[in-house]
Design a protein around this ligand. Structure first.
Ligand code: FAD
Ligand code: SF4
Length: 565
């Protein structure tokens, strides 16, 4: 297909407008660059698109979704808890966006394709990594050593936290560094009881703290405090949680230096073999399917972990026959996701005269306590728990109670308090988990799709077992009854923390990116989303992506000003 070359050359082209693309747009425009943001999906107008306050009786399927239709068009996306009747429009159509896997090795690739990407639906849990994470690969020889340490990124955590607004409680733990927090949300009475009991039994070794989340507990940077309505994955008209639509893109827009182009599906990058730089981007218009080309001095890939890697693999040239910037051969390899779903729940006695008010959009967190000060037996690395205590509602006994007076009583009175600890564990970087281009398939815009090869190793499975055992032990320490340990069998991908496939590293022979997210092979190419990660930690990754993006932008602009780029 002949493509139409657009005449203008931008200082920078950012690919993707989600969590990381929004940050890149803000940072680069604020530093004076003229920036083109290419976004594959549609525009988002909060006043029309956000649906967090739409009541269930106004939904056509009363919150149950059109299951027949969804099974057809969102067979993968519907596995995500947030892909409900309200929010399903923020998740991709799986028929238009296919990918392939090996038989018996499912990978649940959950995606958002609109301005804002997955930053609209994310659960906002925001934790810093520590040197326990940045040194892990070096210590146990899995994966390549990170080219940075906590001290390199700490000022950038400060920077992104101060802008985004992170609620949290300081704890002084080395494995989960404190941040620049807004006031913490409150624990409820049952959570406080569990926290105190765990502290009595385990001291400072196991800490139940309030979840750290990108939600405002007071007015911050012109955005309103959260009013605890609850279903944040459907949008937030008061812009109380951080997303690119709510926070970073409006700042970039205000500079007057951002051109945001929705419906721009990036096919591949254009490599100039004379200068050994990328000169531009090949785009398929999402609506007309017209082929277009845009030029830029610097290109930032922020299309999300696997989409950015797919773009590089689809940008192969005679010099880089296995994918652009891939002289190392590391591109596509070492895919990771957190293993989740080991845990336990139990009934906390008492407090039946207390109720919860509002819908707190956050829970508690138990930072990693295994393999922290010394390596224990059983598995490498560790896990943390998210969780909460809630009063059981009327659904608790509906099957037995039937109808009549007993049903009415059930509806009127809350049940006992149920506490849950749900584990999230670190995944080892392993070259056997990799992606490549599937030469047989293209998506709805004619772009070759990914084939994903991924499965959990014995180490992740051992973490899952331990999560269930230790969660039950903490509940027992809290005097819980009816303790129910569980171990779910979730496929990789479903935690939606997919990471790796274009790792950072010191050695250009074994890594794709340097310490500033700059491609070793192509100096004006940066990649700042989760593809850059050399290991996975056990904490939610997006805050780290934000900090790395802001840091990379600062470096890129400094280099441009010096004339080095
Ligand atoms: C339900 C849910 C809960 C989550 N909870 C948490 C949490 O609590 N904490 C946490 O840290 N993380 C969480 N995450 C993960 C978090 O959302 C992602 O880590 C984060 O959004 C990744 O940022 P990104 O910029 O890499 O990708 P995205 O935010 O997905 O943005 C990528 C953008 O690039 C666009 N794009 C893709 N391909 C192309 C192309 N070829 N051309 C042009 N544009 C393209 C997409 O349309 C999209 O807008 C959650 C995710 C979901 C869905
Ligand atoms: S709970 Fe708070 S952050 Fe979530 S949508 Fe409501 S106001 Fe926004």
């Amino acid at each position: 297909m002949t493509s139409v070359k657009k005449p203008e050359t931008y200082d920078a082209i950012v690919i993707g407008s989600g969590m990381t693309g929004g940050w890149a747009a803000k940072e680069l425009t604020e530093k004076g660059l003229k920036v083109l943001v290419l976004e594959a999906g549609r525009p988002i107008v909060p006043e029309q698109d956000y649906v967090e306050h739409v009541p269930i009786h106004e939904m056509k399927f009363r919150g149950m979704t059109d299951r027949k239709e969804q099974l057809k068009t969102q067979a993968v996306q519907r596995m995500c808890y947030a892909c409900d009747e309200w929010a399903q429009k923020f998740f991709v159509n799986d028929l238009e966006n296919p990918y392939t896997t090996d038989p018996g090795k499912p990978f649940a690739w959950i995606r958002g394709r609109q301005v804002g990407g997955k930053s609209i639906m994310w659960a906002r849990q925001s934790y810093r990594w520590s040197d326990l994470d940045f040194e892990a690969n070096l210590q146990d020889s899995h994966g390549a050593d990170w080219p940075i340490r906590y001290a390199d990124i700490a000022p950038w955590y400060d920077y992104v936290e101060e802008f985004a607004g992170i609620t949290g409680q300081e704890e002084g733990l080395s494995q989960l560094p404190d941040g620049k927090f807004l006031p913490p949300m409150e624990m409820n009475c049952a959570e406080i009881a569990v926290k105190d009991a765990v502290a009595r039994r385990f001291g400072r070794e196991r800490v139940v703290t309030m979840g750290r989340a990108a939600i405002l507990t007071r007015t911050h940077n012109g955005r309103a405090a959260c009013h605890y309505c609850g279903p944040c994955h459907r949008g937030c008209i008061t812009r109380s949680y951080f997303s690119s639509v709510n926070a970073t893109l409006p700042v970039a827009e205000k500079t007057g230096r951002m051109t945001l182009r929705p419906y721009s599906v990036v096919h591949s990058l254009i490599f100039d073999s004379q200068t050994r730089r990328v000169s531009g981007v090949r785009v398929i218009d999402g609506q007309t399917h017209q082929a277009l080309e845009f030029s830029g001095r610097v290109i930032l890939l922020c299309a999300s972990t696997l989409e950015s890697t797919r773009i590089l693999l689809n940008s192969a040239t005679p010099e880089f026959s296995n994918g652009l910037a891939n002289s190392s051969g590391a591109l596509g390899k070492n895919l990771m996701d957190h293993i989740m779903g080991g845990g336990a729940d139990g009934i906390i006695p008492g407090f039946t005269d207390r109720k919860q008010f509002g819908n707190r959009p956050n829970g508690i967190y138990v930072p990693r306590f295994k393999n922290v000060s010394k390596q224990e037996k059983g598995f490498l690395r560790g896990y943390g728990y998210q969780g909460s205590a809630v009063r059981e509602d009327w659904t608790r006994g509906i099957d037995e109670t039937g109808f009549g007076v007993s049903l009415k009583n059930l509806l009127r009175h809350g049940g006992p308090w149920k506490m849950t600890f749900h584990g999230f564990g670190e995944c080892l970087p392993r070259p056997e988990n990799f992606v490549e281009i599937d030469k047989e398939r293209v998506d709805a815009w004619g772009v070759p799709v990914l084939k994903i090869h991924c499965e959990w190793s014995d180490n992740e499975k051992a973490l899952l077992d331990d999560m269930a055992i230790e969660a039950a032990e903490m509940l027992a320490a809290a005097g819980a009854r009816e303790i129910r340990p569980y171990r779910q069998n979730n496929p990789p991908g479903l935690t939606i923390h997919e990471m790796g496939t274009a790792r950072m590293g010191r050695d250009p022979k074994s890594s794709v990116l340097n310490a500033y997210n700059q491609a070793h092979d192509v100096k004006n190419l940066f990649l700042t989303d989760g593809a850059c990660m050399a290991s996975s930690s056990c904490v939610n990754p997006s805050l780290t992506y934000m900090a790395l993006t802001a840091r990379a932008c600062d470096y890129a602009v400094t280099q441009m000003k010096k004339g080095a780029l």
